[in-house]
Ligand binder design. Structure first.
Ligand SMILES: [Zn+2]
Length: 82
C-alpha cells in the first residue's frame, strides 16, 4: 500500500528546509520525468519514494533521533529561494 508522493512534503521541508513536491525528477531506470509529488510513497521503518512508472527507488529517508538521512536516486532538479 502506498501514499501519494505529496504526503512526504512535511518531511522534506523539515530535512531540507524547502518544498520539493513540484520538483522534477528523472528516473535512472525508465527515464520518465515526474514531479516528486507524483511519485509513490511507501512508509515502513523509513520512507521510500518510488517512480510512478517503473517503481524503482527515487529516494530513501531514514529519520534518526538527531538527523534525517536522505539517499537520492535518479536526476533531481531542486530550486531553492536565495
Ligand atoms: Zn522509472
Amino acid at each position: 500500500m502506498h501514499l501519494d508522493g505529496n504526503a512526504i512534503a512535511g518531511v522534506l521541508v523539515e530535512a531540507l528546509g524547502t518544498e520539493l513536491t513540484d520538483a522534477p525528477r528523472a528516473c535512472q531506470s525508465c527515464g520518465a520525468v515526474n514531479a516528486v509529488g507524483a511519485h509513490l510513497l511507501y512508509q515502513g521503518a523509513g520512507y521510500v519514494l518510488r517512480c510512478p512508472v517503473c517503481g524503482d527507488v527515487a529516494l530513501r529517508i531514514v529519520s534518526l533521533s538527531e538527523q534525517h538521512v536522505l539517499t537520492f536516486a535518479g536526476r533531481w532538479r531542486i530550486e531553492t529561494p536565495r
